[in-house]
Design a protein around this ligand. Structure first.
Ligand code: PLP
Length: 461
């Protein structure tokens, strides 16, 4: 980048040429994009010089925080040594091999093999083809159906968006693709609380929806179930602790493959290396991306358990699938440096034993705020629900977009907190200190107070 421009100039060039992901461009052009120029630790700076606490880790990915020179140096050294070579022609590069080996060490013991992709979406596309190929190799080609969940997020490619359960995404482009169906999400506030169920009772009921769907489709037609241990983009929906063990029992009962989408929950986010370890499931496949490189360069993949790998290797023949950049040496070198840093700094243990419990305690204290109906945390991810009346649990009408009002106050006060409907969510970098949690909580309280005044002034209370 060679030029220095004013914010306005950047915004004009942006709206003239840059189509953004998940963006309505007419209002963006009227307002102008916020231009982010640099970052360090848990903070980013915009082109107007504002310092902003990034409580979303970029997009759920900068787990080790910004400005880690170990990752930068690993990339530079690998680019000088060998910037690219592929893994198609019975070839491999040392960083890709070493990363495969390292991933086998940090993932649960059933995983000894990995298939590399460039993103989480491509990882989930790979899952669709791999599970269908697995069953076909076992002589059960009629096992095609994959069950996902409403409001789940598994990426934005044709298969990723189909596995996900975002209705707005399905409404564009003819989705879902055939052979994918969905069950309701384990969201106690919406589905369990109105029926007077305890969280643990509701967890069993919600897992039971999987069994009902398997019976409806026909058990011999179901290939796999896919879910995020904690739903991220759906609003940080932390399932009751009874949920995943019961999902595991049901998958085992019908011999269905369990796929854990660890794109957000992997690499320490929940206080274990992977979310399935926190939630108590034993997946056959695991998708990862985001935190594997802390977002410094794109990388994703699928961990393949011994049970599946054995069939693919011994009976599958050639798997007609792969990407130019599968096992990209620069991405692999950065991932190795990133995993090294997570280990050296004990970040997973810090999330589990120190900063995670501290954040949970602080979030609990938000329950006294007049706008807060419920809070949830898991490791270093958290959500708070904005409600109109906390005694009855009455929601704001959705067309008011109260979450977006709150998000506006956050932006205006140096805090990135995301809104999913009326759930305000965070997933800060794992390097965050207790003092920074205090700073975050002060910002959150200020923004909630401003939202309360704003909402009252608009006559919405
Ligand atoms: C972000 C995300 C994806 C998609 O990853 P991309 O790298 O954006 O393709 C898939 N699954 C989950 C759970 C995610 O959060």
């Amino acid at each position: 980048m060679s030029t220095q421009r004013t914010t306005r100039e950047w915004q004009q060039a942006d709206s003239a040429h840059f189509l953004h992901p998940f963006t309505d461009h007419a209002p963006l052009a009227a307002k102008g994009a916020r231009i982010i120029e640099r970052a360090d630790n848990i903070y980013i700076w915009d082109s107007e010089g504002h310092k902003i606490l990034d409580a979303m880790s970029g997009l759920w990915c900068v787990n080790v925080g910004y400005g880690q020179t170990a990752l930068v140096e690993a990339a530079a050294a690998q680019m000088k040594q060998l910037p690219f070579y592929n893994a198609f022609f019975q070839t491999a590069t040392p960083p890709a091999i070493e990363l495969a080996e390292r991933l086998a060490q940090v993932t649960p013991p059933q995983f000894q093999h990995v298939f590399f992709t460039c993103s989480g979406s491509e990882g989930n596309d790979t899952v669709v083809r791999m599970v269908r190929h697995y069953w076909a190799s076992l002589g059960q080609p009629e096992r095609q159906v994959i069950i996902g969940r409403n409001n789940g997020y598994h990426g934005s490619t044709m298969a990723g968006a189909s596995l996900g359960g975002m209705s707005a995404m399905h409404a564009q482009g003819g989705l879902p693709i055939p052979g994918i169906t969905h069950i309701e999400q384990p969201y106690w506030w919406a589905h369990g609380r109105p029926k007077g169920l305890s969280k643990d009772e509701f967890g069993l009921v919600a897992a039971g929806w999987l069994e009902a769907k398997i019976l409806e489709v026909g058990p011999d037609k179901v290939a796999a179930f896919i879910g995020e241990p904690v739903q991220g983009a759906g609003g940080v929906i932390v399932p009751p602790k009874t949920y995943w063990p019961e999902i595991q029992r049901i998958c085992d009962k019908y011999g269905i493959l369990l796929v854990s989408d660890e794109v957000i929950c992997g690499f320490g986010r929940t206080g274990q290396w992977f979310g399935c370890e926190t939630m108590g499931s034993r997946p056959d496949l695991m998708t990862f991306a985001k935190g594997v490189t802390s977002g410094y360069v794109p990388l994703g993949g699928v961990m393949v358990s011994d049970k599946v790998a054995k069939v693919l290797i011994e009976q599958g023949g050639e798997f007609e699938h792969g990407f130019t950049y599968s096992g990209h040496p620069v991405a692999a070198a950065v991932a190795l440096a990133n995993i090294g840093l997570i280990q050296e700094q004990g970040l997973v243990e810090r999330v589990r034993e120190d900063v995670g419990p501290y954040l949970a305690e602080q979030f609990e204290s938000l329950r006294d705020h007049p706008l807060i109906g419920d809070v949830d945390t898991c490791g270093l991810m958290g959500a708070m629900l904005l409600v109109k009346d906390k005694t009855t649990g009455e929601a704001f009408p959705s067309e008011l977009s109260v979450g977006m009002v709150c998000r506006g106050h956050c932006f205006g006060n140096g805090l990135i907190m995301r809104a999913v409907g009326d759930r305000m969510i965070i997933a800060p970098p794992l390097v965050m200190t207790r003092a920074q949690v205090d700073e975050l909580m002060a910002l959150i309280r200020r923004c909630l107070d401003l939202t309360l005044v704003d909402v009252a002034n608009r006559g919405w209370l």
